[in-house]
Design a protein around this ligand. Sequence first.
Ligand SMILES: [Zn+2]
Length: 84
Amino acid sequence: MNWYFFGAALVVYSIIAVGLFALLGNCEHCGSLVFAFCHDEEVNEARRKAYKVCRICKNKTAVEAINDVGKGVWFKDDGGDKKI
Ligand SMILES: [Zn+2]
């Protein structure tokens, strides 16, 4: 086993993973890649929803449905199934 190669592969894989995370989690409104890492969270008790709020364009993305216990199950809202 070449540990230098292993370490380099690990670093490259990490960079790709972070890049993919940013690309998949970008703001659907303004496309900000920072949105995946840096956003505000807001809970709407009446609609039993939690939102990620973009700090750049203030667009809200529904990310969580709140159950009866008050804890939510996180899911990825790909924009195809919005129940707001
Ligand atoms: Zn945005």
